[in-house]
Every structure is written in C-alpha cells, then in structure tokens.
Design a protein around this ligand. Structure first.
Ligand SMILES: Cc1cc2nc3c(=O)[nH]c(=O)nc-3n(C[C@H](O)[C@H](O)[C@H](O)COP(=O)(O)O)c2cc1C
Length: 382
C-alpha cells in the first residue's frame, strides 16, 4: 500500500514524477565534473562523493558529464561512457543511490573544440609541453567549424556528414550503456559551449550545409542527438536537455532561440529543460562574485512558459526558502543545486529545517534517524 500524499509539505518536498520516474522531492544534485576519472572510469572517490548526496536526502543525483567519445573529453580526467569498461563502476554507484532512496541520473556530453585542456582545478587551459612530458598530449578535436576558442587553443576539424553520423551513433551507444548501468534519468549536455552548443550558436557555426546558416539548420545536430538518445533510452525513463539559454555575447544566441529549441526538443521526446547559460566564448557557468542569487531562474521561467515544458532552475540557489519560492512562483519544476551541495551534502535536511518539514530526520536513512530522533526526544531540540 502506498502512503497517502501529504498536503502539508512545501512544494520542494513533494514528489516529482516524469514518465515512469518518481523522485522523493524536487531537489536535484547538479552535474559537477570532478576531473578525477581514469580513462573515463570513475573511482572509489566518486562512489563516496555521490552517495553522500543520496544519504543527505536529495531526490535526484545527476552524475557529472560523461563523454560519449574519448575525443569528446575536455581533459584527461573527464568521466566517460564511450566503452563498456565504464559500466561496472557506474552500476555500483547507481545501485547505491537507488538503495539510499535517490533517483540515479547521469549527464552525457561531448566537448567538441573545448578539448586538450588541463583539468579544471589546474586552470582548464590548453595542455602544454610540461603536460606532454607526462604523457598528456593534444588529440584531434572536432566541432561544427574550424574555429578555435582562442589563440593557443586547439583548432578543431569540422565534422562532415559521415562524422556527424558517427558522433550521433556514439551518443546512442553511451545512452544504452547508461541504461545498462541502471540509471533512470539522463541529461544531454547541450550547454556551456560544448559540441552541441557549438552547432547551435552562430558564433561557432559558420557552416553552409544542412547543419548551419538558418536557426533551424543550426538546431539540426542537437535534434538528431536528442532523437537518437530518445530512441536508445527506455520509454519509461525521462530525458533532460541542458541548454545555455543565452550566449550573453554580441551576435550570439538568445532566449527566444532557446524557447524555440525547447519546443523542438519537446517534439522529439525531451521531457525537461535544464536552464543554464553562457560558455560559448570561455570558461563555462562560473561567473564573477557579483552575480546575483538565482540569476538563471528567469531563463527557466521563460522556457517553461514559452515552450510549455517542465524546467530545472540552477545557479546560485542557496537555501530552502529561495528554492521553495521558485517553485511556488511557477518558475521551474525541479531545483538543481551545485556548489551548495559541496558545502553541505545534507543540503536537503537543512532546507527541510528551514521550511519546517517534520519529522525532518525521517528524510535520512533509518541508521541515522533512529539516533537523531532519540536525541531530540531526550533534549527537546527544536
Ligand atoms: C566543480 C564543478 C563542475 C561542474 N561540472 C559540470 C558538468 O559536468 N556539467 C554541467 O552541465 N555543469 C557543470 N557545472 C555547472 C553546475 O552544474 C551548475 O550549473 C553551476 O555550478 C551553477 O550552480 P550552483 O551555483 O548551484 O553551483 C559544474 C560546476 C562546478 C562547480
């Protein structure tokens, strides 16, 4: 028998269903590359890192971007799903997340021209002779056009029709591996200046064939990827697409383009749009210290209303009341938390306390809640 739906809960703590998936609440851990994989394979470090968020009561834990091709990695530390050898560790993590009550999710991506870089914590700058001496050499990168991000960065080889078909097939193969590993939520990384975004943005796509020129032609690669992923992903499992809602650079792509793209993606079976921004010209997402809280929430709202599709809000969302207001005001359906989860993997518990959700310790595993409830009864803790 299922428990009756509670009506006294803040929206943040109500279950969220999409296709056959139900998350226990609307808190998602945003994908965050750790740049610590070995030839794409995650390590015990990642097992501890990800399971902490599930123990901390997040509803959906979305693993970091996994490259669908080896050449689609940005750094030698990127995670990957371009080989069956990656599956066993991912299956261990997915199973543990599920056992702890969270939906296991994963993001797939391809860096395109943002390749041959040092790990993020080493500056995310092109590999140099010092790196080459350690065996970390440049490889051939691909993109929509032969345009380097900046002087000194790799000049990518433009994908021809056969090359595009090969990359689309790699997306489908990685999707099948994600399903085999037991993930129930998959996100396509279409943002932050990576390969899909390189096709979408007029700043990085100057093709004159069927994949460049008009907006529809620039959208074509993203839609082919989404269609191939949807076909390889079970119908009962939801599919998300992370978009950079605006390039925020002169001559770039804007919110109206993102709304049109979201509509087209919905048409090929994408269920929810994760609304980020920027990255086409430089370091992705991480903005200056003066960026205001919730700065990307207006994008989630505009796409939700303009394309009539569920959205995920992300970016400088700090606490439960801020997250709850976004949901109450109808601006998004899920709240993704990135860096605050690094501050406190038990972010959901803190949000529950701030929003007065009781009995709050019941959100945690029984091996924790038993002792915390007992302490509370003994001390009269508020
Ligand atoms: C260490 C780190 C790694 C990240 N890696 C990814 C990634 O793999 N995929 C992605 O779409 N965004 C990535 N991001 C962006 C986050 O998912 C998120 O959108 C961003 O940090 C803003 O949210 P926040 O203010 O809650 O951190 C990363 C951010 C950080 C801090």
């Amino acid at each position: 028998m299922t428990a009756p739906q509670r009506t006294d809960l803040p929206l943040l703590f109500t279950p969220f269903s999409l296709r056959g998936m139900t998350a226990r609440n609307r808190i998602m851990v945003s994908p965050m590359t750790q740049c610590s994989a070995e030839d794409g394979t995650l390590l015990d470090y990642h097992y501890g890192h990800y399971t902490a968020f599930a123990r901390g009561a997040a509803g959906l834990v979305c693993l970091e971007e996994h490259a669908v091709e080896r050449r689609g990695r940005k750094t030698y530390g990127d995670a990957g799903l371009y080989d069956d050898k990656h599956i066993p560790m991912l299956a261990r993590i997915a199973e543990a997340l599920r056992a702890l009550g969270a939906v296991p999710g994963i993001q797939l991506g391809h860096g395109g021209r943002k390749a041959c870089l040092r790990r993020a914590i080493d500056g995310f700058v092109p590999l140099d002779a010092e790196d080459a001496a350690k065996g970390e050499v440049w490889w051939e990168a691909v993109s929509a056009s032969a345009k380097a991000l900046a002087p000194g960065w790799v000049v990518p080889v433009p994908l021809d029709a056969g090359g595009i078909a090969e990359v689309v097939a790699a997306w489908a193969a990685a999707t099948r591996r994600a399903d085999a590993a037991g993930f129930d939520f998959l996100e396509i990384h279409g943002a932050h200046g990576y390969l899909i975004h390189q096709f979408l943005s007029p700043l990085t796509n100057d093709r004159t064939d069927g994949y460049g020129g008009s907006r529809e032609k620039r959208f074509r690669f993203a839609l082919e990827v989404a269609e191939a992923v949807r076909a390889a992903w079970p119908a009962a499992k939801p599919l998300s697409f992370r978009v950079s809602a605006v390039d925020a650079i002169e001559g770039g792509y804007g919110i109206e383009d993102a709304i049109a793209l979201a509509r087209a993606l919905k048409g090929v079976g994408v269920d929810i749009i994760d609304c980020s921004s920027g990255g086409i010209g430089g370091v992705p997402t991480l903005r200056g210290t003066r960026t205001p809280p919730g700065y990307q929430v207006p994008f989630a709202e505009a796409i939700r209303k303009g394309a009539d599709v569920p959205t995920i809000a992300v970016g400088l969302i700090y606490d439960g009341p801020q997250a709850e207001a976004i949901l109450r005001e109808g601006k998004a359906d899920l709240i993704a938390i990135g860096r605050e989860m690094l501050v406190n993997p038990f972010w959901a518990l803190a949000a529950a306390r701030a929003l007065g959700v009781e009995p709050r310790y019941e959100l945690l595993p029984r091996t924790y809640s038993y002792w915390l409830n007992k302490r509370r009864a003994q001390t009269g803790e508020a």
